[in-house]
Design a protein around this ligand. Structure first.
Ligand SMILES: Cc1cc2nc3c(=O)[nH]c(=O)nc-3n(C[C@H](O)[C@H](O)[C@H](O)COP(=O)(O)OP(=O)(O)OC[C@H]3O[C@@H](n4cnc5c(N)ncnc54)[C@H](O)[C@@H]3O)c2cc1C
Length: 397
C-alpha cells in the first residue's frame, strides 16, 4: 500500500542547499520534509571539502570540530614551469570539512528546527493534478510513498531531475561541466596549513589539480577538467601523481563527480517548484566551489518560500529568481567570463601571470577581486610585451 504524506514544503536532496532551506523554513513554523536517496546522509562524499571560514557566521552554522578536519591558512598556486604564488594569512581563512559528518549535521539542524528528515527516500517523479505539480512520488526503503507539498524544492544536485520534470529548461552543453576525480590518500611533503593548486594545459586542461590536506600526511588529491575532453580526469590525475613521484598505493577513498561550471539556470522557480544549489548550477565557474553558493542561494530561496507561505501567494517565489540573478547571478556571470578567458591561456601565459602575481597582490586574488588583479597584470612589462595578452586582459575589464 502506498503511504501518503502531506507537508507545506518538500525538499528533495540533503546535500548542502536542501538542509539550509529545510532548516530556515521549518524554524518559521511551517511543516517541512527533507528527503535524500542516500541511506546515510553525506556518504559517499563527492567533494574536496574546502570552504571559506566566513560561512559559519554568515549562515548560522556552528563551528563544530566534529566536521572540521583541518584549519587552513591560505593557498599555494603552482604554474606549469614551477613558479609559485603563495597567499598565507595569519588567521584561519578556510577549513577542510568532513562532509560525511557536515551534511548529516546540516540535516540534523533542519530536524532540530522542526523538519522531518527521511534518508533512503528516492524521489522518482512529480505528481500532477490538472497540470499542476502537487507533490512527488518516492520510494522510502523500497516502499512507495506519495508526498504532497504546497512547495517542492529541487535541491537534488547536478544530476537533478526534478527541475526538468517541472518544465524548467535545464539544458547546458557538456563544455559547461567539469569532470572531477579524487583520491583521499596518504601523501607527504605538502605544507598541511595550505591548499595547493597546480595549473597547466598538460596538467589539468581548463581546471587544476588540488591537494586539500585533511591531516599532516592525508589529503583529498583531485582534479577537475572540461568534461568534453577526449581524455578522462583519472588519466590526468594519475599522470600528475606519476610525474611527481607520488605513490598512489594508499587510497582511502576514490570519488568521481561532475561539477557545473556555467549554464546557471535562468528560471529558478516555476509555479510551486524552486531549484537551488548544483541543481540550478549555482557554482563558482572559476574554481568549482559550490557549497557556499548553495548556502547563499538556499538562504534567498527560503526567505521567499516563507513569504509565499505567509501571504499564500506562490507568485512571490519568482522573487527568488530576480534577487539571485540581480546579485549572485551577475557576479557569477562575470566570473564565468573570466574563466572563459583563462581557458585560452597558454602555459607560457600561466607562467607569466603567476610569476607576476607572486608577492604583493596575492590577497586580491584570494578575495576574488579580479579587476584589481587584471589592472596589476596590465602594468607589468612581461604582459605589456604581448599584444595578445593585453587584448585578452582588456576584454575582462
Ligand atoms: C570532486 C568534487 C570536488 C568538489 N570540491 C568542492 C570544494 O572543495 N568546495 C566546494 O565548495 N565545493 C566543491 N565541490 C562542489 C560541491 O560539492 C557542490 O557544489 C555542493 O555539494 C552542492 O550542494 P547541493 O546541495 O546543491 O548538492 P549535493 O551536495 O550534490 O546534494 C544533492 C543531494 O540530493 C540527493 N538526491 C539526488 N537526487 C535525488 C532524488 N531523486 N531523491 C532523493 N535525493 C536525491 C543526493 O543524494 C545528494 O545528497 C566539489 C564537487 C566535486 C564533484
Amino acid at each position: 500500500m502506498t503511504e501518503i504524506m502531506k507537508y507545506d514544503v518538500v525538499v528533495v536532496g540533503a546535500g548542502i542547499a536542501g538542509p539550509i532551506v529545510a532548516r530556515n523554513v521549518a524554524r518559521e513554523g511551517y511543516s517541512v520534509l527533507l528527503v535524500d536517496k542516500k541511506p546515510a546522509i553525506g556518504a559517499p562524499k563527492q567533494c574536496a571539502e574546502g570552504i571559506n571560514i566566513s560561512i559559519f557566521e554568515r549562515y548560522g552554522i556552528p563551528y563544530d570540530k566534529r566536521f572540521i578536519n583541518r584549519e587552513i591558512y591560505g593557498a599555494r598556486i603552482y604554474s606549469p614551469s614551477g613558479y609559485e604564488l603563495e597567499i598565507r594569512y595569519k588567521k584561519v581563512s578556510g577549513v577542510i570539512l568532513e562532509r560525511k559528518v557536515f551534511d548529516k549535521m546540516l540535516a540534523f539542524y533542519a530536524a532540530r528546527s522542526g523538519a522531518d528528515v527521511l534518508s533512503r527516500t528516492e524521489v522518482e517523479d512529480v505528481i500532477r493534478e490538472n497540470g499542476k505539480i502537487i507533490g512527488v512520488k518516492a520510494k522510502h526503503e523500497g516502499e512507495p510513498v506519495e508526498i504532497y507539498g504546497d512547495i517542492i524544492v529541487a535541491a537534488d544536485g547536478v544530476e537533478s531531475t526534478i527541475a526538468r520534470k517541472a518544465g524548467i529548461n535545464t539544458y547546458a552543453p557538456p563544455h559547461e561541466f567539469d569532470s572531477a576525480y579524487e583520491y583521499e590518500m596518504l601523501i607527504d611533503g605538502f605544507d598541511p596549513e595550505l591548499i595547493h593548486l597546480w595549473f597547466g594545459n598538460d596538467v589539468a586542461p581548463r581546471g587544476y589539480v588540488w591537494v586539500f590536506p585533511k591531516d599532516e600526511d592525508r589529503a583529498n588529491v583531485g582534479i577537475g577538467i572540461n568534461s568534453d575532453n577526449p581524455k578522462t580526469a583519472k588519466y590526468y590525475l594519475d599522470k600528475w601523481l606519476k610525474e611527481n613521484n607520488i605513490p598512489s598505493k594508499k587510497l582511502l577513498e576514490i570519488n568521481v563527480g561532475v561539477v557545473p561550471v556555467g549554464g546557471f539556470l535562468k528560471e529558478l522557480a516555476k509555479e510551486n517548484v524552486v531549484v537551488v544549489g548544483d541543481a540550478a548550477r549555482q557554482v563558482n565557474p572559476m574554481h568549482g566551489g559550490g557549497m557556499a553558493e548553495a548556502m547563499k542561494a538556499g538562504t534567498i530561496a527560503s526567505k521567499w518560500i516563507v513569504k509565499a507561505l505567509e501571504e499564500e501567494n506562490l507568485e512571490l517565489l519568482k522573487n527568488y529568481t530576480t534577487e539571485w540573478w540581480e546579485k549572485d547571478g551577475k557576479r557569477l556571470e562575470r566570473v564565468l567570463k573570466i574563466r572563459k578567458a583563462v581557458e585560452r591561456l597558454t602555459d607560457e601565459d600561466l607562467d607569466v601571470f603567476i610569476e607576476v602575481l607572486s608577492g604583493t597582490d596575492a590577497e586580491k586574488i584570494a578575495e576574488g577581486n579580479y579587476t584589481e588583479v587584471i589592472k596589476v597584470l596590465l602594468k607589468h612589462p612581461k604582459v605589456l610585451m604581448s599584444a595578445r595578452r593585453i587584448s585578452l586582459l582588456k576584454e575582462l575589464l
